[in-house]
Design a protein around this ligand. Sequence first.
Ligand SMILES: [Zn+2]
Length: 193
Amino acid sequence: MLLHDILKYNDQFVEDMEYVPYETTKFPNKRMVIVTCMDARLIELLPKALDIHNGDAKVIKTAGGTITHAFGNVMRSIVTAVYELNAEEIYIIGHHGCGMSETNPQGTLQKILDRGVASPEILASLEYAGIDLHKWLFGFNNVIDLIKGNIDLVRNHPLIPKEIPIHGLAIAPDTGKLDVIVDGYKELTAIKQ
Ligand SMILES: [Zn+2]
């Protein structure tokens, strides 16, 4: 059982004081907040590839690194990071080969039906109530467009300070190489001129 393994390991971890090298505060040392994908390949690779250590950054993870709503949970986390946790820069980090770029809402809905979790009638009644399940389950077509769209959403948000740089990066999940899609410093300079 996975949970049992985790708890057994955890007992030893705490007893051996293995947490000591990770002691830090809730304020990010590098004063940055990152929005990225929940992809399992990025768990350790992303911080290592960016030279980020425990305590350095606030990291918000979603499926695909998408921000789906201007007043949803991700934007709330960004706003909190900026005002309450001293984040001074925002990093939107998408990645190549993302599972959310290959989503198939019809296929997902079929799996929900096949597992007997919901009936066609329930799905129909959700659609009837105005919930577009296809749109809700859809990820994105192109990671570059996704990053730029996220940046537009954050940049134009009425509660985000205009002087905060918002960078857009794409990371390769095999090598950790970063491609700069948007240099937030240059964008700020361009706006000032
Ligand atoms: Zn992904």
